[in-house]
Design a protein. Sequence first.
Length: 91
Amino acid sequence: MSKELILPHVHLNGTGRQTLIDDRDAAWWKVNEAFEALKACAPNMRDFYPLENGTEIWQAAEDQHRRRLAVLSDLMNELEAELERLQETGP
């Protein structure tokens, strides 16, 4: 699958450019809200140390947490790039 950003073609019979921009902006803010909520879910070492191999399990949980944050961050970056490209297009 290509990593190239796929944008709709803005034209008279299609969705208006401002609507496309507004929808992506609203989505960006919702993903950002999820990102901020997810940051609060960071694993705390004290929740893992009683377990056998607690340090290793905590590290795996940390890795999982970072991956999840990266997914949302990538999505926000993609939406932001779409917004910028749509704003650059003509009327």
